[in-house]
Design a protein around this ligand. Structure first.
Ligand code: SF4
Length: 371
């Protein structure tokens, strides 16, 4: 298949749905760990194709949503430092921190600029040599190589007013943390396609080997997702567990060696705190020795008040797959995409936002709470 329409062919989709329904499986919970998958599943009505026994859970796959309030508070404090221009992606602007958002700080006079890429932030630093430009680096393995390349470029060009606040996160350690946590039952993972283009399939192998949980790396079109679900059910019914690649047109087992080299040159892994999950060893990135001069946390004194959560917001539980948006009493009432209370409603890849825009309470999903 070469064209997008072919990946949305309804006859083939129905054929896959029939194949899935014919499988004799026990009730299974399959978790997608990518916000783009979450949106695609809702947008294309994938759940409606599935039998009741097959339930889909949304995991911590939206980088904006898993960024804890404490990190947003730090970014706001940095932006309020008069000499600083803070740069970030647009969807970070309205994410509520403990006391304010970047958008509110911007309205109050902080110099915060939305960029499409870290390279835009680098250009702003070149254009403003007398200001300090901080890039708030949010994202998973997909965006970290670009950040690494920008830091290498800043070094090559001798740009001294460019800094980086790292909230980058790594997906496989979060999957381990989910499997180790209480109250979450996962029978298979729909692994993230974009992240896997960078890291390949090897980093998920511990999930199959140590936990006996099947994994399939999937693309983002309806047929990709349905085929990935079918491939997962094959593993479940044959009681096998391995990492299969459905998204072969983009993902190789070894990933992208050049991107991995860039990441490894600039970053080392460190503990990182995830909203709803807490601190996870080896799930974050910090600058390696030799690149610390770009570290915003070392370069500036950042003073914040103790972080606090929005009252009633259940994003943390939603990100662990232990509750669904309609379990939150604020959903679609006090909390909407226009007036988000929590990050899962802010980001277009957030589960609450996807439910609000595309979905209603899903019967199969609601059964999850009593496995
Ligand atoms: Fe948080 Fe809003 Fe989702 Fe409730 S609906 S969990 S308040 S983001």
């Amino acid at each position: 298949m070469r064209f997008i329409d072919e990946f949305r062919n309804s006859a083939v989709a129905h054929g896959l749905a029939v194949r899935i329904r014919k499988k004799q499986v026990r009730p299974v919970n399959l978790m997608e760990v990518c916000g783009t998958h979450t949106v695609a599943i809702f947008k294309h009505g994938i759940r409606q194709f599935l039998p009741e026994k097959v339930s889909l859970l949304s995991g911590p796959g939206c980088p904006v949503c898993v960024t804890p309030n404490a990190d947003i508070d730090k970014a706001i404090a940095l932006a309020q430092n008069g000499g600083v221009i803070l740069t970030t992606f647009g969807d970070m602007m309205t994410v509520p921190g403990s006391y304010s958002s970047l958008h509110q700080a911007n309205a109050a006079g902080a110099d915060i600029r939305v960029v499409y890429s870290v390279l835009d932030a680098l250009r702003i630093a070149q254009d403003n040599p007398h200001r300090s430009v901080v890039f708030l680096g949010v994202g998973f393995e997909t965006t970290a190589p670009t950040t690494a390349s920008a830091i290498l470029e800043a070094e090559r060009l001798g740009i001294e007013n460019f800094f980086f606040l790292s909230v980058h996160k790594l997906i496989p350690p979060a999957m381990r943390a989910l499997l180790d946590s209480d109250g979450v039952r996962i029978d298979g993972f729909i692994c993230p396609g974009h992240v896997s283009t960078i890291i390949g399939s090897h980093p998920y192998e511990f999930i199959a080997k140590e936990y006996g949980i099947p994994c399939v790396i999937a693309g983002f079109e309806p047929l990709d997702i349905l085929q990935a679900i079918d491939m997962l059910l094959v593993q479940v019914t044959t009681q096998e567990a391995r990492v299969d690649i459905q998204y072969r047109r983009a993902v190789r087992k070894e990933g992208n060696p050049l991107a991995l080299r860039y990441m490894d040159k600039v970053f080392e892994v460190t503990k990182s705190t995830w909203r709803g999950i807490g601190p996870i060893p080896g799930s974050g990135l910090r600058l390696r020795q030799g690149y610390e001069r770009f570290d915003a946390e070392s370069a500036f004194q950042i003073v914040t008040r103790p972080p606090r959560e929005a009252k009633g917001c259940r994003c943390g539980e939603i990100l662990r797959g232990v509750c669904i948006p309609s379990d939150c009493r604020l959903f679609a009432k006090a909390c909407t995409p226009e007036h988000p209370v929590g990050p899962c409603m802010v980001s277009t890849e957030g589960t609450c936002s996807a439910w609000y825009l595309y979905g209603q309470e899903d019967k199969a999903l609601s059964q999850l709470r009593e496995p």
